[in-house]
Each structure stands twice: as C-alpha cells, then as structure tokens.
Design a binder for this molecule. Structure first.
Ligand code: FA5
Length: 333
C-alpha cells in the first residue's frame, strides 16, 4: 500500500510537470484528485489495512500526496497562464523604432565655434582666459581707458546706458577693452590674457554690423614689449586661425587707449580686405589707471570682432544671416 501511494504520487507529479496546456492541467485535476482518481481509489483501500497504525500511516501519506498533487497543479496552471500572457504581450507589442528617425546631435553655432577656436589658439601661444562683466561702469569702459567724460572719442562707441545709479555712469560695455583694466588691477605683471565676450552698441544691423556682437580682447604686459611683438603675435594668430590662404596687415589708426595704434585687416582668398579689429601699444595713462608703472612695464593690446571672423572663415555673405535662428543656416557648418 505504502509503495502504491508513493508510486501514484510520483506518477501524478511527473504528469503535472509534463502538462503543456491549461486544458491538460484541468483534465489532470479531475483524473488525479476526482472521485474516480488514482488517489481516491487508494483512499478506498485504506479500510482493508490490518492495523490502525498502518491505516494512520497510509492515511497521512495519502493526504500529503494529495496536497503535493494539488499544489503542483496550481503552480503549473500559474506558469502556463503567465507564459500565455507573455506570448500575447510579445505578439501584440508595437515596435515603432523603424518609424522614428535616429536622434541627431546638434553642434555649436559658428560664433561659439570661432570663440572656442580662438581660445585654443591663444592658449597655445601661452595666454590665459579672463572674464569681465557685460554691464560696466563708465570708468572701466571709458575713463580708465584714457577717455575722460568730455573726450570726443567716446562718440565712436554708440553707447547703450543702463538705468542704474548715477545717470549715464553705467553702460552695456561697448567693447571688451574694460577687461584690460580689470586684469591689470587683479594681477601683477607679467600679464598675458585674452578675454572673449559679448558687447553692445547702438549700431544698425547691416552686412558687417550687429548691435550685439562679440569681441576678443588681448593684453600683454611685460618688460621690453614692443610693436614687433604685437605684429608677430597677430601674424601667428592669423595663420593659426584662418590658414595660409589669408594674409594680414596693420594699418595706422587711432584709439585713445593705445599709442601707437593700428587697425588689423585680413585679406580673404577672394582678395578683399576686411577690418577685424584694433590694436596698439598700451597707453601709459591706461597702465597707470591699472596700477602699473609705465617706466618699468610696457605692453600691447588688441580687440577683434569674433562674428566677423566666423563670417569670413565660413564665407557667409551677411552677418545678419548668422543671427536669424534659422536651423537650416546653422546646420550647414
Ligand atoms: C574697439 O572696440 C577697440 N576696443 C579695439 C581695440 C582693443 C583697439 C585694444 C586697441 C587695443 P572697434 O570699435 O574698431 O575697436 O571694434 C573692434 C572690432 O569689432 C571691429 O574691427 C570689428 O571687427 C568689430 N565690430 C565693431 N563693431 C561691430 C558691429 N556692430 N558688429 C560686428 N562687429 C563689430
């Protein structure tokens, strides 16, 4: 009897394990646990056992076999249901990836590209990058740069004023040159800095002018610096930035904060000359305003228009095209 129960139990568990459909599990449920099932038949034979002890042992074994079969049926039913559900979910899943275009990486605007490239070129020449505020005091933007309040050269910069403090004394910086003063006041010479940034003027937009544009300032203060150092630096920069199809020239000019002063022009491969910026030897009054003794130190400074450099590098016809925000324009570069 004991052996029969064990055998019936093992056969039941093997059959349940082998069931591959829920219908088969339902059929096994009736077959094994139903009134005419194997286990029920064994139960009917319990009465034929000789002793109470034998009956008790066989009864316990039969109960545990019934429980094992019933829990195996429940487990198998669950497994099969879950597998059926997974198969349905998988078959009904919509794969939309083929309809979506792959994500595209953007890139920097050509002015930012030029800005970063300029930094790279000058860092390679040994310069450090300095920063200054876009809202400036009249003193940093003009006065310390050798343009006292009555100086006629102030009108060369069509200044935008900020309504702050004493009227007319706070400006949107018209050039990056005030960073020269800030750099001199912040550190002892030797100074080798560049400072790229945004500047503002009441200029009417045209092919080469914008009211908001970008400049890069350069300042070198050291012992025995001469105009030859300035020319050499500008030449090295022109080839590094534009390549060897471009040439540059320095043309005598006037700025209140440099003496002598020059205009820096480049010749494009098409043969046109384009003014990129001003430069010159730092005026002694500017050195003094920056707390530097002009008897001991000398230096040069320059200020170039970054937007015009980007325009030339990419042969863009009109500066205004660069700031329309039209993605079709930006994507070309
Ligand atoms: C200056 O702003 C001087 N601070 C440059 C300087 C620095 C001279 C250090 C000496 C020593 P200027 O106003 O010429 O100079 O402007 C310099 C350059 O900025 C111009 O050559 C041009 O390339 C660019 N620029 C000027 N105005 C505009 C504008 N409205 N739109 C775009 N670029 C401009």
């Amino acid at each position: 009897m004991i052996d029969d129960i064990s055998a019936a139990r093992d056969a039941a568990l093997t059959a349940i394990e082998a069931a591959t459909t829920t219908e088969r599990v339902d059929a096994l449920d009736t077959e094994l646990l139903g009134k005419r099932g194997d286990l029920a038949r064994l139960k009917a034979r319990l009465g034929s056992l000789a002793t109470i002890d034998e009956r008790r042992r066989a009864g316990q074994l039969l109960n545990s076999a019934t429980e094992a079969a019933s829990s195996a049926l429940a487990t198998r039913r669950d497994e099969l249901r879950r597998a059926a559900l997974d198969a349905r979910v998988a078959s009904e899943r919509l794969d939309l990836t083929e309809f979506a275009s792959p994500p595209q990486r953007g890139h920097e605007h050509i002015v930012t590209q030029a800005w970063e490239r300029l930094e790279d070129v000058f860092i390679g020449l040994g310069f450090q990058v300095a920063e200054g505020p876009e809202v400036e005091t009249d003193w940093h933007n003009f006065e310390a740069l050798n343009m006292p309040i009555s100086h006629p050269a102030r009108s060369d910069w069509d200044t935008l004023f900020v309504d702050h403090g004493e009227p007319g004394r706070t400006v949107l910086r018209t050039h990056t040159s005030p960073v020269q003063i800030r750099a001199m006041l912040a550190a002892e010479p030797p100074i080798y800095i560049i400072s790229p940034g945004r500047v503002f003027r009441r200029d009417t937009p045209d092919a080469t002018h914008m009211p908001v544009f970008h400049q890069i300032e350069g300042l070198v203060i050291d012992r025995d610096i001469s105009m030859a150092d300035l020319a050499g630096t500008i030449e090295a920069f022109t080839t590094a930035f534009f390549g060897t199809d471009f040439t540059s020239r320095l043309r005598p000019s006037y700025f209140p904060f440099t003496e002598p002063s020059a205009e820096f022009d480049i010749r494009t491969p098409s043969g046109d000359w384009l003014e990129l910026g001003g430069c010159g030897m730092v005026h002694p009054n500017v050195l003094r305003a920056g707390g530097i003794d002009p008897e001991q130190w000398s230096g040069f400074a320059f200020g170039f228009g970054i937007d015009r450099m980007a325009k030339e590098r990419h042969a863009v016809g009109d500066l205004r095209e660069m700031f329309t925000g039209d993605i079709r324009f930006a994507e070309q570069f």
